[in-house]
Design a protein around this ligand. Structure first.
Ligand SMILES: NC(=O)C1=CN([C@@H]2O[C@H](COP(=O)(O)OP(=O)(O)OC[C@H]3O[C@@H](n4cnc5c(N)ncnc54)[C@H](OP(=O)(O)O)[C@@H]3O)[C@@H](O)[C@H]2O)C=CC1
Ligand SMILES: CC[C@](O)(C(C)=O)C(=O)O
Ligand SMILES: [Mg+2]
Ligand SMILES: [Mg+2]
Length: 491
């Protein structure tokens, strides 16, 4: 098989990268009806599989799980996930032939093997669905021509797909129909119903393409969403320990700080997050983030270029062939970091204190969101897609760090995302070595400018506010957040 994207003409590459239409809520007036009464079988009951299935069943759909025989025989976690939640479980032979819609939610590295196992069992005219475009785009998987192929990709970790649904909201979702597989023209209606069943239509749905989803998803997860939060956690924690801050306090400030400061981002964009700081702290965070953007921009661009060329996928698939040696080594090394090994203290930290004593963390978030948005849109990804993949998903990832630090983030995200996160982290930490030498506790661990009042030069404050507000991510974000009327506060 060959990389599907690299077989396309530049014209078609740009066309598929640029496919991104924000769907009006009125387009979901039919709700789940296109799938009502259909047999829906999910392969895999992991981070996405379990949580999407729970939402879809609560939305009135007929959901069952098919697991590999070993998972059933050994009663593995996936089997426990499904049975303890009251779902029917069966083998491929038992359930795949009955499926009107077969949803592949197994790890990307298993997709070719899984699809080759189940495709012969699928009934004529059935639909196959993915939540990530990797197998179709990066591996060039060819699907039987009588089958419809769709994608419903939540821009969120699986755990938050469920948590936001339970709050009466949802997570932004990209839907797509593979142009090579829509023989009956039913793909879009089914993808819309599937997205509505997961609650995605309440947050925002983009009619997109497999290509646009995979290229943006790989970029978001490797950089701002997982890589930079990992790098920032480790560097900020080590700096606070170096400067004598109580380890338990430092651990808590970071573990819960990302969630708290990015809640401001989720509600009001970078502008609102920065407005939560005092004037002096805002200007300091702005200046730090400008410096961070200059230092990290080449790294963000390299990740985007390596994703577009297929070099990233080739590198990761070499690790698959080597039994995930790098992934497992890097996962173990992350678990040995001081941040991961230091429990959060029981000190009280108010919501505002996380902003006031986390100025450097605010700077990391602004720099990372803007760099990721810029790199994606400069490479053909449309702004709405880049917004969901950078600004809106950062707080959802931060929620996982609040639960159980980087361990939980790396457990819940896909192995693909975890691999890319480590690649970025390993490259970013050395890049920031000189920058971190100048950092002191006034911007991480202690309140910036405490006791020095709120006065700043008007001209500088006006310039900072103008720059923040005029970034394209703020303009796109204001439009998209206007339709998020069901969004609920979590901090
Ligand atoms: N994690 C996330 O938040 C997101 C993931 N995605 C995409 O969703 C898809 C699923 O990812 P994710 O939920 O993280 O996956 P997980 O690793 O959480 O779960 C994988 C599931 O697949 C099963 N599985 C593993 N290997 C095989 C195999 N060879 N044959 C059959 N079943 C297998 C596992 O069960 P067992 O090992 O017990 O058989 C488990 O139930 C991926 O395409 C990913 O890119 C998209 C958005 C976000
Ligand atoms: C951010 C990582 C992700 O893309 C996701 C949760 O959306 C993944 O693949 O896990
Ligand atoms: Mg993603
Ligand atoms: Mg991903």
């Amino acid at each position: 098989m060959t990389n599907y994207f690299n077989t396309l003409s530049l014209r078609d590459q740009l066309k598929q990268l640029g496919k991104c239409r924000f769907m009006d809520t009125s387009e979901f007036a039919d709700g789940v009806s296109a799938l009502k009464g259909k047999k829906i079988v999910i392969i895999g009951c992991g981070a996405q599989g379990l949580n999407q299935g729970l939402n879809m069943r609560d939305s009135g759909l007929d959901i069952a799980y098919t697991l590999r025989e070993a998972a059933i025989a050994e009663k593995r976690a996936s089997y426990i996930n499904a049975t303890e939640n009251g779902f029917k479980v069966g083998t491929y032979e038992e359930l795949v032939p009955t499926a009107d819609l077969l949803i592949n939610l197994t790890p990307d590295k298993q997709h070719t093997h899984v699809i080759k196992s189940v495709m012969p069992l699928m009934k004529k005219g059935a639909t196959l669905s993915y939540s990530h475009g990797f197998n179709i785009v990066e591996e060039g998987m060819q699907i039987r021509k009588d089958l419809t192929v769709i994608m419903v990709a939540p821009k969120s970790p699986g755990s938050e797909v469920r948590e936001e649904y339970k709050r009466g909201f949802g997570v932004p979702t990209l839907i797509a129909v593979h142009p090579e597989n829509d023989p009956e023209g039913k793909g879009l209606a089914q993808a819309k119903a599937y997205a509505a069943a997961t609650g995605g239509h309440k947050a925002g749905v983009l009619e997109s393409s497999f290509v646009a989803e995979v290229k943006s998803d790989l970029m978001g997860e490797q950089t701002i969403l997982c890589g930079l939060l990992q790098t920032g956690s480790i560097l900020c924690f080590d700096k606070m320990l170096e400067k004598g801050i109580d380890p338990g306090y430092a651990s808590k400030l970071i573990q819960y700080g990302w969630e708290t400061i990015t809640e401001g981002l989720k509600y009001g964009g970078i502008t609102n997050m920065m407005d939560r700081l005092s004037n002096p702290a805002k200007i300091k965070a702005f200046d730090l983030s400008e410096e961070l953007k200059e230092i990290m921009r080449p790294l963000f661009q390299k990740h985007m270029d390596d994703i577009m060329s297929g070099h990233f996928s080739k590198t990761m698939m070499e690790d698959w062939a080597n039994d995930d040696k790098n992934l497992l080594t890097w996962r173990a090394a992350t678990g040995e970091t001081a941040f991961e090994k230091t429990p959060a203290g029981d000190q009280k930290i108010s919501e505002q204190e996380y902003y006031d004593k986390g100025v450097l963390m605010v700077a990391f978030v602004r720099a990372g969101v803007e760099l990721a948005y810029e790199a994606m849109t400069e490479s053909g990804i449309i702004g709405e897609s880049a917004y969901y993949e950078s600004l809106h998903e950062t707080p959802l990832i931060a929620n996982t760090i609040a639960r159980k630090k980087l361990f939980e983030m790396n457990r819940v995200i896909s192995d693909t995302a975890e691999y890319g996160c480590y690649l970025f982290d390993h490259a970013c930490k050395p890049l920031l070595k000189d920058f971190m030498k100048k950092i002191d506790t006034d911007v991480i661990g202690k309140a910036f400018g405490e006791g020095r009042g709120n006065g700043v030069p008007n001209a500088k404050l006006i310039e900072v506010n103008k720059t923040l507000r005029e970034h394209p991510v703020e303009k796109v974000g204001a439009r998209l957040r206007a339709s998020m009327t069901a969004m609920k506060p979590i901090v």
